[in-house]
Design a protein around this ligand. Structure first.
Ligand code: M6R
Length: 602
């Protein structure tokens, strides 16, 4: 949700800023801009559209400078156009800022600034920051930023330049910012992946910190008190190649194909001699209830977490959308464990939910992909996914890793409470990556289904038990990347309403793999067929013979003995259907319209 990048050093910053923005483009892609300081003045170039459009217009101008800030935007206030694009400047063009987040009190601030004679030209909330800094500027950019931010409500990741100062001043509250430490150069970024071409040394800023960054160093202070903040330099563990597409046409496809490996990474070192080893610094043996909170695809993992933990560890689990949980005064007790699931670790609602739980003294645990992210740092303890950077806006590999980690966590809970572990489930879990490889090597049937249904305006996805969240996830993937309207339902719910939608044009994807529900699913398939719906079924084992008799299209997947594991396998064809339909429609599914990878605003 908006990406910020900055450079200060000896090199010409323009190509470096563009390179950084390209790596951050998945955070927002409606407009972009850069501001370069050449020692005398600031030059701002902005463009509506993708980074490639900005790069094209920069080619026509000869801009050189060694200090610069850049931004890729996902619009919150004001339509995507050049005026609303960042950087924004003060009245004289001496100060420039880029901002990620929302300034909630921008309207009264704007009024105040206009009364004082400031000319505000955009419809954004962000521009007031440039004018506030101008208002307070008396020869020290850092001081002016601190004063300005004192009267601002809301969230910000902010980077500011002044034409007379050889530094970038950055500040954070609620939106991520990282300082990358290079050799005679420093970088600023909204996420670690964009720093990898320059450095692996990173300092993660915390909320309410401000940093003054020069080419040889940085000083970080608390915004509230001016005290120096003690910071640790972290090493980014990802490799630069992980943020490249390699031989794949799109990140989404690359990430789908990475899943055998990312699941192996999620399991690696965590199963030893039939026991589960998780370095959780929490006593889970006394936990009476687990509440899992998340958004989007991570919420679908959370729903699966309910099935998996209740079945394997016999602990009651509640699942809540983070945005609802945080604002409905949830009844939380001290012996509750609140679990946040998030790929990015930056989702504002999930972060807010965890803060709410902490205020009510619950124990908190994060299941997070991005190391050092805000949620990862806020929770009492955590389990990382180790899935590597997920760049495709539609989450794929994070989902399957989340489910794998939830299975480990459920087994860990059982073990911690003195329960015996079923060796078969551990063996089966370790065999899941090979089963996914098998699906990924046999995609011709999935491709022809995608081709056949690419123009369908609607889809239904139905499943029971653990396959219900898989149905939801299949529908979400299709909506996100192909813009086809799709709904996921528990198959038994269909007759309570959605059945009215079924006609001869409606493709209905059934999760019809072998488990205790298969016969009931077969009945649901009959109900759809009787009304002319077109059946696409994901099936396995002996059950596929029965399903084949009813379905127009069948995708066979490898079987698992343990139904808790089947979502990780069954979701793969649904990810591929969504990808290939989007591809057939000529949509860039890595940057679907209106979406941003990490939603750092409410
Ligand atoms: O980073 P998070 O897992 O917290 O993100 C949550 C959702 O924003 C995310 O899963 C979103 O729904 C994706 N676009 C799904 O593909």
């Amino acid at each position: 949700m908006c990406g910020i990048f900055g450079y200060i050093g000896d090199k010409n910053c323009v190509p470096i800023l563009i390179g950084g923005l390209k790596k951050l483009e998945y955070r927002g892609y409606d407009s972009a801009g850069i501001c370069v300081a050449d020692g005398c003045r600031l030059t701002v170039v902005k463009k509506r559209g993708k980074i490639a459009d900005l790069e094209g217009s920069l080619r026509l101008k000869k801009i050189i400078g060694t200090i610069g800030i850049a931004h890729t935007r996902w619009a919150t206030h004001g339509e995507p156009n050049e005026v609303n694009a960042h950087p924004h400047t003060d009245c004289c063009g001496k100060i420039a800022i880029v901002h990620n987040g929302i300034i909630e009190n921008y309207a009264p601030l704007k009024k105040l600034l206009e009364q004082e004679g400031h000319k505000i030209v955009s419809q954004t909330d962000s521009e007031v920051l440039a004018h506030l800094i101008e208002k307070f500027y008396a020869g020290d950019l850092e001081k002016a930023v601190i004063q300005a931010l004192k009267i601002v409500d809301g969230a910000f990741g902010l980077a500011a330049l002044h034409e007379n100062e050889d530094r970038i001043v950055v500040a954070r509250r609620g939106s991520p910012l990282i300082v990358g430490i290079g050799k005679n150069e420093m970088l600023i970024s909204s996420d670690a992946a964009a720093l990898l071409n320059h450095t692996k040394k990173a300092v993660y800023m915390a909320d309410n910190e401000v940093a003054s960054v020069t080419k040889n160093g940085y000083i970080i202070k608390h915004l509230n008190g001016g005290r120096l903040a003690a910071k640790k330099v972290d090493k980014i563990k990802w490799a630069a190649a992980q943020v490249e597409k390699g031989d794949f046409a799109h990140f989404m496809l690359k990430e789908i194909y990475e899943q055998p490996e990312t699941i192996e990474n999620a399991l690696r070192g965590r199963i030893k001699h039939g026991r589960i080893k998780l370095s959780i610094e929490l006593n889970v043996s006394t936990v009476r209830r687990i509440i899992i909170t998340a958004c989007g695809t991570s919420w679908h993992s959370a729903l699966l977490g309910k099935y998996i933990i209740e079945s394997l560890a016999s602990i009651p689990v509640e699942v809540d959308y983070a945005s609802e949980f945080r604002y409905r005064s949830p009844l939380i007790k001290r012996d509750d464990l609140v679990v946040a699931i998030s790929q990015s670790g930056e989702t504002a609602d999930t972060l807010g939910a965890i803060r709410e739980a902490k205020e009510k003294f619950a124990k908190t645990l994060g299941i997070i992909n991005t190391v050092g992210s805000s949620i990862a740092r806020d929770v009492d303890s955590g389990i990382y996914l180790h899935a590597g950077p997920e760049i495709g806006v539609a989450s794929t590999k994070a989902f399957t890793s989340q489910v794998a980690v939830l299975i480990l966590f459920a087994l860990y809970l059982r073990q911690a409470r003195g329960g015996a572990l079923d060796k078969n489930i551990i063996g089966e879990l370790c065999g899941v990556p090979q089963k996914i490889r098998h699906i990924l090597e046999n995609t011709s049937g999935i491709k022809s289904i995608a081709q056949r249904f690419k123009n369908s305006p609607n889809f239904l996805y139905l499943g029971r038990g653990v396959n219900f969240p898989v149905a939801l996830e299949g529908a979400l993937k299709l909506k996100e990347v192909s813009y086809i309207h799709a709904e996921g339902y528990p198959a038994a719910e269909m007759k309570h309403g959605p059945i009215a939608l079924i006609d001869k044009k409606m493709p209905v994807v059934f999760l019809a793999t072998e488990d205790r529900f298969l016969n009931k699913i077969l009945s649901n398939i009959h109900e759809v067929k009787a009304r002319g719906g077109i059946i696409i079924a994901v099936a396995n084992g002996n059950g596929s013979k029965k399903v084949r008799r009813l379905a127009e299209h069948i995708i066979t997947v490898p079987s698992t003995l343990k139904s808790e594991l089947s979502p990780i396998i069954n979701v793969i064809p649904l990810q591929l259907i969504a990808y290939y339909i989007a591809n057939a429609k000529g949509i860039n599914m890595d940057k679907p319209r209106n979406l941003a990878k990490s939603v750092t605003v409410e």
